[in-house]
Design a protein around this ligand. Structure first.
Ligand code: ACO
Length: 314
């Protein structure tokens, strides 16, 4: 039986259409300066007619290529998304067919913590020997559930996809993971629909979300490092969910990690929910910052609320 689950390939994809802060300021009462100073976001990518599966397919093929494996060799596909293409089938099964894979595939919904939940679930399959090669994807077309007239949310979100291939290994990989949920936070961040087939938009109490995110993520980061007996100096990179630069830097400060050890793609991507961590990870792998053997702390928090962390040796 494999002792560890290791990431052997990463991939990502962003739709080509760029929407800048100045573009948004033409339709809502906002400005580039306000958005950058409060969030760190400069632009986001938005789909025109691409689906969540379309984005996931390109990101997945890029990850499979880096891993050097064929889709037919996959034992499982887990797709984290808040914006599935249909009520059913799962977007993961549409992706399975598009990839030419034959393995089981399912969606996982945990909003911005979705990739962490999916990675943790995949690790359990590998550790128990139930699977050996797993594609874990975060893909979102969040622009479909944003109220583009609401300046308090419209400036925050973007579309995109990121993916990793996880493999059973005798070499060290994922060292620790921890998940939490607390549904009592429903009213702080949710989609406004009352029934599943009704269109709804993201509703958020920004200040509340900000404080909850900083407190939970900072506590969790500290607990995770302690559980692995790793001090902040031994951590090579933090790859956080990309929601707000002030949340990211407050957490980094609390755990004593300098910002030059934090992967930040927020300025260019905005908040892409379940896609944000694998998108940031892939960017840092491909530009050479993240190297084999380094210690990485991944963590995220999402609507209503769920949050979690994964500490791994890359
Ligand atoms: N442009 C200009 N002004 C704005 C905008 C905007 N886009 N949005 C809000 N304002 C105004 C408000 O109306 C308010 O005006 P008022 O003082 O006249 O009432 C003023 O700016 C300040 O509003 P605040 O909400 O207090 O601003 P804050 O500094 O808290 O920033 C923000 C708001 C950016 C939403 C922040 O609270 C935040 O990032 N919270 C976290 C939310 C988040 O990241 N959600 C993502 C999903 S959850 C996750 O991924 C973790």
């Amino acid at each position: 039986m494999n002792k560890f689950a290791r990431i052997i390939g990463t991939g990502s994809y962003l739709p080509p259409k760029i929407v800048t802060n100045d573009d948004l300021s033409k339709t809502i009462d906002t400005s580039h300066e306000w958005i950058v100073s409060r969030t760190g976001i400069e632009q986001r990518r938005i789909v025109t007619d691409e689906s969540t599966c379309d984005l996931a397919l390109i990101a997945s093929n890029n990850a499979l290529k880096m891993a050097g494996i064929d889709a037919k060799d996959l034992d499982l596909i887990i797709l984290a998304t808040t914006t599935p293409d249909k009520i059913f089938p799962a977007t993961a099964t549409i992706l399975q067919n598009a990839l030419g894979a034959t393995c089981p595939a399912f969606d996982l919904q945990s909003v911005c913590a979705g990739f962490i939940f999916a990675l943790t679930t995949a690790e359990q399959y590998i550790k128990t020997g139930a699977a050996n090669k797993i594609l874990v994807v975060g893909s979102e077309t969040l622009s479909r559930i944003v109220d583009w007239n609401d300046r308090s949310t419209a400036v925050l979100f973007g579309d995109g996809a990121g993916a990793v291939v996880l493999s059973g290994s005798k070499e060290t990989g994922i060292l620790h993971s921890k998940l939490f949920s607390d549904g009592s936070y429903l009213s702080s961040l949710q989609v406004s629909n009352k029934r599943i087939n009704e269109v709804g938009f993201i509703q958020m109490s920004g200040n509340e979300v900000f404080k909850i995110a900083v407190n939970h993520l900072a506590d969790l980061a500290q607990e995770t490092l302690k559980a692995c007996d790793i001090n902040s100096k031994e951590l090579d990179w933090m790859v956080p969910h990309q929601a707000n630069i002030r949340i990211i830097s407050a957490v980094a400060k609390r755990i004593n990690i300098p910002m030059d050890k934090v992967i930040v793609t927020l300025a260019q991507h905005g908040n892409t929910s379940a896609a944000s961590i694998p998108l940031a990870l892939d960017a840092a792998v491909r530009d050479g910052r993240v190297q084999k053997g380094q210690n990485l702390l991944l963590e995220g928090i999402g609507g209503g609320f769920s949050w979690g962390s994964v500490l791994l040796k890359f």
